[in-house]
Design a protein around this ligand. Sequence first.
Ligand code: NDP
Length: 289
Amino acid sequence: MPKAVIIDGRKIAEETQLDLKAEVDALAKKGITPGLATVLVGEDPASQVYVRMKQKACDRLGILSRGVRLPASIGQADLISEIETLNADPEIHGILVQLPLPKHLDAADVLQRVSPDKDVDGFHATNLGKLLSAKYWEDLPRFIPCTPAGVIRLIDSTGVEIAGKTAVVVGRSLIVGKPLAMLLLARQATVTICHSRTQDLGSETKRADILVVAAGVPRLITGEMIKPGAVAIDVGVNRLEEGLVGDIDFDSAKDIAGHLTPVPGGVGPMTITMLLANTVRSAQESAGA
Ligand code: NDP
């Protein structure tokens, strides 16, 4: 038996989705169906799987899911025009552009074309800017990026108080590491962000009461780099021949950490759930509900 409590992301996601289903049903009584558009450009197999998972989750909850599939050859202007059509569509409350986009497209520009009011991924500069300006949790924008939001839910599920704790985030991407560090700050943690140029990673991670790893490097963090009793959240998804593995070496971490997420079955299910939550919130707000 591992000493760590293994955080069951699937179960927490299911429970959160049950609550969301009740909110969707309440909206249905008012004649409102939340709508999510998923924009998929090209045939990338992993992206197709992710989009399908998101659409299935929408179907389960009664959220309208509109798949917009576009050829890999589409130009920047035509893609932006598709997004503008969705921006103006009253049936659509959330727009998700599945990344990565083909290399000839300017993804950063495309993300800025999604209306901030339908930006359920939380990647628009307006929403990221509000996240950066938020001193307290109450000041956060309507949409915060889904994976970091899911990570906070998982930490909260442990009952460990975030305020006042030493939190270390490994990774500084715009999708995970940076927004997550801002969320932890808004929850009053003392936050360190590590990256590929960090000098002595183990000495940083070992100080963490709350450690979140989003580096995309299989088993980067071993048990000896974790503070005994820490909450350790593994965002990494690495496809190896042996299967999916995280950025934390589960076997050596499970007897050191106090709480630990598995891969798969940890952060992944929460990411989709927070996307659904953002879509439902967007529908509620657009209806003044
Ligand atoms: P990026 O590649 O954009 O960022 C990785 C970050 O990790 C960078 O900041 C990089 O540093 C840092 N890094 C890389 N190697 C090291 C190292 N040896 N030591 C310390 N830091 C390092 O990845 P993402 O943030 O998009 O994703 C990270 C992981 O999370 C991936 O495995 C991805 O698949 C997974 N993921 C999972 C999701 C889920 O829902 N479960 C959702 C999103 C991502 P630098 O900036 O210096 O290059």
